[in-house]
Design a protein around this ligand. Structure first.
Ligand code: PLP
Length: 395
């Protein structure tokens, strides 16, 4: 007998994962080269060589008991110090090891900070479209996810609706830029306006509202676009970072939280996050890979590969008559479905062996997500299918 809460969760279990399984099934029938699986955000670019070198160096040169042992639940002090210094250099912040908590990817970090902050019934606001797992992470701690409806003109957040949705119960706001599923980067103008609203509401309601910036795609940006570092715009910002995409290490489960010294109740929050890491059962972020990422702080995956995919896919889709905002970051493109029902549209795409994820999974019906972190030849192979699909609707 599983718990009532889990019954619902299993029923709603990730459409994206289900698609991934469907891709494997179709590949066994038609051959992998004839299936165009754009369902999962699993990096297709290999980790930089520095990662392999750092693994070898760590295993060969550091003490085995240190590399594989328990450490402070927040992570190794020297690793946290190195990360803090690297962020300071890049974003002109003044962080130290006390501001960094190593986490089990972004997912682990979000769960740690939500466990730290939420009382039952507390509200967490996010902007559609959003990473669907936020629903589960917030419900893990009996919080209420409040969703601001999408601005489908350019997918920047809808700030007037946001302001109206802030109440005395609002404990946190989660934003994700570069965004999954749209690939949009929130502009500096957006961030400044968002910070102004939060500051105004904090004063009006006499509360602290924490802005949680979920940024696993920070470095995955194109055309030299800047992604504002949120702690420099709003005092009560907590950053959740991950190496899953920036170093192509999603299976290693490594990331960190940044909790700047100026956030309200800093000491209580860092103490609680340290305990949350332990009692959520992770105990600490994986030890070996903590030591490895500290040696790869200036390394990045080769994003020119994703950029080439982006250009081919975007230009072709526009050519065929689709509508989408050109992604500025991450490796997703959010295309307008050619019928109202995005699930029916994804099903129609599947007839061409193209797997895409309905936007309703991201709180934005009427669109579909195409994850272009795939081989270039997969995009090339898919184009005739995308063209025929468009012709079915537009001719
Ligand atoms: N947040 C967003 C927006 C994501 O897209 C993902 C993964 O795709 C995550 C969090 C979880 O990432 P991680 O592998 O670091 O847990």
């Amino acid at each position: 007998m599983i718990s009532n809460k889990m019954i619902g969760l299993v029923q709603n279990s990730s459409v994206i994962r289900a698609m991934f399984e469907e891709g494997k099934r179709l590949a066994s029938i038609y051959g992998a080269e004839n299936v165009y699986d754009f369902s999962l955000g699993n990096p297709s670019v290999e980790p930089p060589k520095a990662v392999k070198n750092a693994v070898i160096e760590t295993i060969s040169e550091e003490s085995a008991n240190l590399v594989h042992g328990y450490m402070n639940n927040s992570g190794y002090e020297d690793v946290r110090r190195a990360i803090a210094q690297s962020i300071n250099k890049k974003f002109n912040t003044s962080l130290g090891e006390e501001n960094i908590i190593m986490t089990v990817g972004a997912a682990g970090g979000l769960n740690v900070i939500l466990k730290t902050l939420l009382n039952p019934g507390d509200e967490v606001i996010t902007f559609a479209p959003f990473f669907g797992e936020y629903r589960n992470y917030v419900s893990n701690f009996d919080g209420e996810l409040v969703i601001v409806s999408p601005n489908t003109v350019n997918f920047q957040p809808n700030l007037s609706e946001f302001e109206k949705k802030i109440t005395a119960k609002t404990k946190a706001v989660i934003i994700n830029t570069p965004n999954n599923p749209t690939g949009v980067v929130y502009s500096e103008e957006t961030i400044t306006a968002l910070a102004d609203i939060l500051n105004k509401k904090q004063t009006e309601l006499n509360t602290s509202i924490y802005l949680i910036s979920d940024e696993p795609y920070r470095e995955l940006v194109y055309d030299g676009i800047e992604v504002p570092y949120l702690t420099n715009y709003y005092k009560n910002t907590i950053v959740g970072y991950s190496y899953s995409k920036s170093l192509s290490l999603p299976g290693e489960r490594i990331g960190y939280l940044v909790i700047p010294g100026e956030v309200d109740d800093f000491s209580d929050i860092t103490a609680a996050a340290n305990v949350a890491t332990r009692i959520l059962g992770f105990v600490n972020a994986p030890s070996l890979i903590q030591r490895v990422v500290a040696k790869c702080l200036d390394s990045e995956v080769d994003i020119s590969v994703y950029n080439r995919n982006r250009e081919l896919l975007y230009n072709s889709l526009i050519d065929y008559g689709y509508t989408c905002v050109k992604p500025e970051g991450a490796f997703y493109l959010f295309v307008k479905a050619l019928e109202e029902d995005d699930k029916a549209f994804a099903a129609a795409a599947k007839k061409h062996n193209i797997l895409i994820v309905p936007g309703s999974s991201f709180g934005c019906p009427g669109y579909c997500r195409i994850a272009y972190c795939v081989d270039y030849k997969t995009i090339e192979g898919s184009l005739s299918g995308f063209k025929k699909l468009a012709e079915e609707y537009l001719n």
